[in-house]
Design a binder for this molecule. Structure first.
Ligand code: DGJ
Length: 329
């Protein structure tokens, strides 16, 4: 009898020890509430990803309901695998910096790590309630997770600038992407050496917002959404052999009736693994009447011979070392 108990206990121990081996690996679940290490909803809308010292940092609009309504917040999370995110802190809690008035706007923050100066430079779209100021703002920090100190706002290249995006090329060159309505297109503008201003690099004649760029398989891919406010629309992409073009016509990223699966582009994240290079579409599923409850749609893109396709969202797994992904049925 004693033998039987010992044997049963050993089997139980073995089962418990082996359980993690059989547990399903963590997955990205597009559209589902995404929780951080505290079990709280990730607040990083209209976000961007900064890669620094072997880790990923996700910055975005923090729309937490209990935030001071007079201020605008940017939150920062870090991760080694792009799936588990540790809340670092609210890196910016900014009071109206330019007398913009009630319901002033800070959107789509992006952080660039400057290897020359050692500074971290946060760009964001800064505006008044009617989106007439159309400028960018810059805040700077000595550490990646803040505090970021407001420095200035301006219109890049003296152009109206609304949605912004970020792109860092394989050679380390950093670019601000910004949408310019009067010129009916968007600019890809290289950051100056200190990252505190931009230089004209390329202009893409296409009235799009939510612009993002990636350099993969020898091609530059640009994506964006049409301008329908917070409402989703079919997002589009074009390619070019060089960042200055020439760019192809824009094509749909997904069947137009899918409406981009209710999401809007914010960033393209490249994972160059040991076996495969995967590009992740990072989008927002906006809930304009409850922005805090907006969701994220991240999916690996299907890319072949210069085409780019956003597959229907479903849970998926990423091997951050090999770059391989697998869809979970
Ligand atoms: C679309 C933009 O992409 C969002 O960032 C936000 O500015 C909304 N428009 C506001 O309507």
């Amino acid at each position: 009898m004693r033998r039987l108990v010992v044997c049963t206990n050993s089997l139980l121990f073995l089962f418990l020890a082996a359980a993690p081996l059989f547990a399903a690996p963590p997955a990205v679940k597009p559209g589902a509430p995404w929780l951080d290490n505290r079990g709280q909803r990730i607040q990083a809308h209209g976000g961007g990803i900064t890669v620094w010292k072997g880790a990923y940092y996700w910055y975005g609009e923090d729309r937490t309901q209990s935030n001071d309504p007079e201020k605008r917040y940017v939150a920062c999370y870090s991760s080694k695998d792009l799936v588990h995110w540790q809340f670092r802190r609210q890196v910016l809690a900014l009071a109206d910096p330019e007398h913009l008035g009630p319901k002033w706007v800070l959107e789509r923050p992006k952080v660039f790590a400057n290897p020359r100066t050692g500074k971290f430079v946060l760009y964001a779209h800064l505006d008044d309630a009617r989106y007439k100021v159309a400028s960018v703002m810059i805040a700077v920090s000595d550490t990646i997770d803040g505090d970021y100190r407001y420095v200035k706002s301006f219109r890049p290249l003296d152009q109206e600038s609304r949605d912004i995006g970020q792109f860092v090329d394989d050679d380390g060159s950093a670019y601000l992407i910004f949408e310019s309505r009067p010129t009916k297109g968007f600019f890809l503008a290289k950051l100056s050496d200190d990252f505190m201003s931009v230089e004209k690099t390329a202009f893409i004649q296409a009235p799009l917002e939510g612009g993002a760029l990636v350099h993969a398989d020898g091609l530059y891919y640009v994506i964006g959404s049409h301008m329908t406010g917070w409402s989703p629309n079919p997002n589009v992409y074009a390619t070019a052999p060089s960042i200055t073009g020439p760019w192809t016509e824009f094509k749909n990223l997904a069947p137009p009736e899918a409406n981009n699966y209710e999401s809007q582009s914010t960033m393209l994240v490249k994972v160059a693994g040991s076996k495969k290079t995967t590009v992740i579409f990072m989008g927002d599923i906006w809930k304009p009447t409850a922005l805090w409850d907006s969701r994220y749609l991240w999916m690996p893109l299907e890319m072949k011979d210069g085409s780019m396709h956003l597959p229907p969202p479903q849970p998926w797994q990423l091997n951050i070392k090999t770059g391989e992904t697998s869809l979970k049925p």
